[in-house]
Design a protein around this ligand. Structure first.
Ligand SMILES: C[S@@+](CC[C@H](N)C(=O)[O-])C[C@H]1O[C@@H](n2cnc3c(N)ncnc32)[C@H](O)[C@@H]1O
Length: 309
């Protein structure tokens, strides 16, 4: 979800290789309290492991991107075609919902950390912006995603001449990253999947250097989801049911000690959601009240927050 372009849905279609995820589980609200957090995490990991295994691109065989291929989808989010063209095969999995790099103003030599790096797209793109003196680090809790991104590193090195990328297996609630060691945290369509979002923001604040910044793209809730959707595990894994409001995200960042300097709604993401409404998994669209569409409930949010000096 990103302010300058249209958006690719973060919602995953059920893939042929994806184990059937139980449609519902006990959840008392849409924010994680009352969830069986560990079970939810396991299901999120299982869903993304299946996507990672499903081929070089999630769009190639599993059509998680519906009729929109990953390149077209990312262009609609504001990514430049020429930047996408030099990515290693499979790095763009069509799973983003924004373009945090467009707002991050990366500078040569900076250390960049991507929370939930998936196939590595934003990490590889950031690495080119920060150059040989910088470092781009991706963290993801799904081993299959980390393996996939690591496998692409050699292609990236050969194409760019850069050796400034690494991928770490870990959770964004417990970042495997030292205190005050990062200039820029980015994240693209991931924090909604966490059952402890305030803790993620505290981790962001911990790893940022004083004066460092975080640029996060994520879905945000415009109004409460219908119960059926809120309780759908598939909608949670698909980046819908775990979304919180803009205010909740701003409050979590502020409570972590960060200064929120920019908040933008991304209507183009909503447009894309609408265009893919009939392809969303798990009957998501059918669970919406008559005469409403996904964009009546979910919008893209880009938030920038700075750690005080
Ligand atoms: C929707 S995909 C987005 C991937 C990538 N940011 C992109 O734009 O292509 C979500 C990714 O976040 C990872 N993820 C979800 N929850 C996580 C958590 N709590 N800790 C670490 N990674 C997580 C998943 O494994 C998956 O790779």
């Amino acid at each position: 979800m990103q302010a300058q372009g249209a958006g690719k849905t973060p919602v995953l279609k059920q893939t042929s290789s994806m184990r059937a995820i139980p449609e519902r589980m006990e959840m008392s609200d849409s924010r994680g309290s009352g969830y069986d957090a560990e079970k939810l995490r396991r299901e999120v990991r299982r869903g993304y492991a299946a996507i990672a295994r499903s081929g070089g691109s999630c769009c190639s065989s599993s059509s998680c991107c519906g009729s929109t291929d990953a390149g077209t989808a990312m262009e609609s989010l504001g990514y430049r075609r020429e930047d996408l063209a030099v990515l290693p095969d499979g790095a763009n999995m069509g799973l983003s919902c924004g373009n945090p790099l467009a707002l991050a103003s990366l500078k040569p030599g900076e250390v960049v950390l991507d929370l939930g790096s998936g196939g590595g797209m934003d990490v590889f793109l950031a690495a080119r912006s920060i150059g040989p003196a910088g470092r781009a680090i991706g963290v993801d809790m799904t081993a299959e995603m980390v393996s996939k991104a690591r496998a692409a590193m050699e292609t990236f090195r050969a194409a760019s001449g850069l050796d400034n990328v690494e991928f770490r297996l870990g959770e964004i609630e417990n970042l495997p990253v030292a205190d005050a060691s990062v200039d820029v945290v980015i994240s693209n369509c991931v924090i909604n999947l966490s059952t402890d979002k305030p803790r993620v923001w505290r981790e962001i604040a911990r790893v940022l250097k004083p004066g460092g910044r975080a640029v996060v793209s994520d879905p945000a809730l415009l109004r409460p989801l219908p119960d059926s959707l809120r309780m759908s595990l598939e909608a949670y894994v698909g980046c819908v049911a775990g979304a919180v409001t803009v205010e909740e995200t701003r409050d979590a960042a502020t409570a972590a000690g960060l200064n929120v300097t920019d908040l933008r709604l991304n209507s183009s993401y909503s447009l894309l959601l609408e265009s893919l409404a009939d392809q969303l998994p798990g009957g998501i669209t059918d669970m919406l009240p008559e005469s409403t569409g996904p964009s009546d409930f979910v919008v893209g949010l880009d938030i920038t927050a700075v750690k005080p000096e």
